[in-house]
Write a protein that binds this ligand. Sequence first.
Ligand code: CP
Ligand code: NVA
Length: 303
Amino acid sequence: MNKDILSLLDLERKDFELFFKRALELKKNQRKSIEKRPLAGKTLGLIFDKPSTRTRLSFEVAMIQLGGASIFISSKDTQMVRNEPVRDTARVLSRYLDGLAIRTYSQDLLKEFAEFSTIPVINALTDLYHPCQVLSDLMTVIEYKGGYENLKTTWVGDGNNVSHSWINAAAVLGLNLVLACPEGYYPDADILETALERGHGSIIVTSDPVEAVKHADVIYTDVWASMGQESEHSVRKRIFEPFQVDKELLKNASKDVIIMHCLPVHRGEEMSEEVLECPNSVVWDQSENKLHMHKAILEVLIK
Ligand code: CP
Ligand code: NVA
């Protein structure tokens, strides 16, 4: 296993499997009130340059439940705001902390942190990827569908950071993934090419959401304008309208399709209220599983 999780391409199939197994066990243990403190005395730093509810809180609670501690570091309150270089900050923080979860804009900045840190660095979302999100999402798929093999997963909406992590996962695990995105909002061409070169599973990009969701077992959507794209919101709203996951679109999918969204959701935009609240929607379990998956990740990476 690599020291860091910067993207899902850092993981091999066996790493994915280890995380799924351990996260499912930890969830079961929590239900039975079995508590262990493997990270007693360890501290996780959380550097967040963008807002977060689920990711921040679930990492913090994960550390508490594992017997460790976490420190939230708002980058504007550190010397980074006065241009202390990342490479210096990374080396200093490595002397205090046992792991770092970072949510920021640039994947390159995250990479630099990882390069100069001697501790594990975990991507808690960048403009390019959201790997831990998709790990916990796949855990949810396993819970509902018994596995991820032989399923058709359809991404509907923006070819964004979360979709890129799904593409990476599809490449490593050999998933059958279809992405329906408006033209001009397709996933990154290099990320797609790298995934296709691996030759595992099937990854198709189309601009036809109706065709894309036909017989889908999993439908996933996300916001139309991600953090940092707020100024594009009204333009995107118009372009993405035919990509709303609503009852009409769902008619084309399998009857027992599960509906997923990483949250926060914009009701009436990427998903209708009716679909969000329908029995096929698993969004709240998805949220919960972030906690169990983050516990598994921390337990494995922080020794
Ligand atoms: N899904 C997710 O990453 O949510 P937050 O932005 O609230 O962390
Ligand atoms: N694509 C979204 C995900 C939020 C969890 C964003 O980057 O804002």
